[in-house]
Write a protein that binds this ligand. Sequence first.
Ligand code: UDP
Length: 240
Amino acid sequence: STPSFKWRRVLLKVSGEALAGDHTQNIDPKVSMAIAREVASVTRLGIEVAIVVGGGNIFRGASWAGNSALDRSSADYIGMLATVMNAIFLQATMESIGIPTRVQTAFRMSEVAEPYIRRRAVRHLEKGRVVIFAAGTGNPFFTTDTAAALRCAEINAEVVLKATNVDGVYDEDPRHNPNARLLDTLTYQEVTSKDLSVMDMTAITLCQENNIPVVVFNLGQPGNITKAIKGERVGTLIGG
Ligand code: UDP
């Protein structure tokens, strides 16, 4: 039976920071279990879920390059490897509660995960498996937000759901202005012209060019992942 939800196939972006929660280690097992449980509940409804994981909780290339002997490309490769660690953690968590999950890496690590093969990823999704895309785009100088936009376009997912530690996009920085307003909707144009730090330019432009809406929402609020995937109102919707 065809599910009667807004989205049929979604791309969930989980940043490294979100995975870390408030745990002192790099990953908070409570956060990854919460993600697994909510994703399980929607895959049972027939919605196909692909995930791109970040790595900022372990290593962020840009913040190392420049102030050390590490060149940017090497730093970024370490960052991409960090996303693989998160992906394997998340996969193990999902499988511990019975969700069949495949990790595909943007560069080969065949003993650890499948290489990224678009058609194979789509086949996994059609069979009800969750696919976690790791190692970003496989290229230095990019981000996992751009990987999320790219994979979303490639596998014909309908939306990028960006799980963060904030409730959505504000008109001003809520850390500096207590009167900052949470915005329900935004155009791509507004995001780029007002320089709202939602996603980097490459990622948001890729979404705009391919008419991929982006929902920015707080992963820390229980039930939000389920809502976002089912297409219920949550966070900020960027489109148009
Ligand atoms: N990275 C990269 N190419 C990509 C994706 C990621 O080089 O296509 C590297 C980059 O160094 C980045 C790190 O991997 O800092 C971790 O990814 P990101 O910062 O996007 O993770 P998040 O902020 O989502 O935790």
